[in-house]
Ligand binder design. Structure first.
Ligand code: ATP
Length: 371
């Protein structure tokens, strides 16, 4: 069993900076666990601690049930893939793949078998005699993966492995990594700052900010029930809308506030004592709907429905399969994600409504989820 387990792990750099505060999580045996967060959140520090490249300054780190706080990197049975590939430029692809195994004193036939196997898995068979300079970025990244693969480690650690690739190649390599994980069934801990990569690759995701874990869950659970405003706005593109105001529960629930804010909140269920409560309301762009859509009009509701409100269209961004509409509600900015079709025009007033039961309520002070 090759689970990676952190209990109350802490990292303090020599200058006194605390890069990781009290991190506890586990990558289960065979799991692909993603660590995600903005630049400086401590994700690489965590991965480097698991690899043994940074000291653990508090707590316990174990791999496969063995505490490894003081175990040298080469004795941890892990393989790491770095963002910059770290290939040896003077060696061929075959040489790069074989190098780590030679260092370990493995015999030639066994090395050749492993190099062949990795080359086949990653589609590198035709490039084995080339040097890294004669490879594309995607091919180099594959060699870097191959170098980890030949080691047949208990755990793979990947530090932003796709960030040097262009968008198309990144999407293709993402699928390759997912496929590789499925076929190998090896535990992987994968670091990225890219929320799309995290959502699409991770079986579970650890969201980090400021050296602290914000939430750990499956991608959809994080998306549908973010624990706080940070997670809510970090995952999802376009980002979740956040409006600050107070609840008004008489005359149909609504969020009211400064700058001409009055947003009807159909179906909101909160205790009556919350009337007048200050909060931050989170609303995903796909949960803003047109109130003049055909279905509404047919139902005789349309523009007159009590839960409709008007917003001014500022910028319209068609992306083919959908349209992002940047809106203004009084002094507040909102983004709606609407189906393609008739495009709203800049300057137009658009009747909208909030989808029932799709609201996220947060404490305006500490950002924690209220319900
Ligand atoms: P990025 O995506 O930019 O690589 P990250 O989330 O991986 O960011 P880390 O590299 O883990 O972040 O760094 C976490 C914090 O620790 C940052 O604020 C960084 O400046 C700080 N840090 C990293 N290395 C050191 C060091 N050797 N000494 C002091 N502080 C450091």
């Amino acid at each position: 069993m090759a689970q990676v387990r952190l209990e109350h792990v802490r990292k303090v750099y020599p200058d006194g900076f605390v890069a990781v505060h009290d991190a506890s999580f586990e990558a289960g045996d065979g799991e692909l666990l993603v660590l995600v967060g903005p630049s400086g959140c401590g994700k690489s520090t965590l991965l480097r601690m698991i690899a043994g490249l940074e000291t653990v300054d508090g707590g316990t780190l174990s791999i496969g049930g063995r505490v490894v706080n003081d175990v040298a990197p080469r004795d941890r049975d892990i393989a790491m893939v770095f963002q910059n590939y770290a290939l040896y430029p003077h060696m061929t692809v075959a040489g790069n793949l074989a190098f780590g195994l030679k260092l370990r004193g493995m015999d030639k036939a066994a090395i050749a078998a492993r190099v062949d196997g990795a080359a086949k898995t990653l589609g590198l068979e035709d490039m084995l005699q080339r040097k890294p300079a004669a490879l594309s970025g995607g091919q180099r990244q594959r060699v870097a993966l191959g170098r980890a693969l030949v080691r047949q480690p208990q755990v793979f650690l990947l530090d932003e492995p796709l960030s040097n690739l262009d968008a198309r190649l990144r999407a293709a390599m993402r699928v390759e990594i997912a496929r590789l994980h499925r076929s190998l069934g090896t535990t992987m801990v994968y670091v990225t700052h890219d929320q799309v990569e995290a959502m699409t690759l991770g079986q579970r995701i650890v969201v980090l900010d400021g050296g602290r874990i914000q939430q750990i869950d499956t991608p959809m659970a994080l998306y549908e029930r973010p624990a706080n405003l940070f997670v809510a706005t970090f995952l999802g593109s376009p980002a979740m809308n956040v409006l600050r105001g107070r609840l008004a529960l008489t005359d149909g629930p609504a969020l009211v506030g400064e700058g001409g804010l009055r947003l009807p909140l159909p179906g909101l269920r909160v205790p009556e004592s919350w009337d007048g409560r200050e909060l931050a309301l989170g609303l995903r762009p796909e949960h803003l709907l047109r109130a003049d859509a055909a279905a509404d009009t047919a139902a005789g509701q349309g523009r007159d429905r009590v839960d409709a409100f008007d917003a001014q269209v500022e910028v319209v961004e068609p992306v083919g399969s959908e349209v992002f509409v940047n809106l203004r509600l009084g002094e507040h900015a909102l983004v709606a994600r609407l189906p393609p079709g008739e495009l709203p025009r800049a300057g137009e007033t658009l009747p909208l409504r909030v989808a029932t039961g799709q609201l996220h309520l947060f404490d305006p002070g500490d950002g924690g989820r209220l319900q």
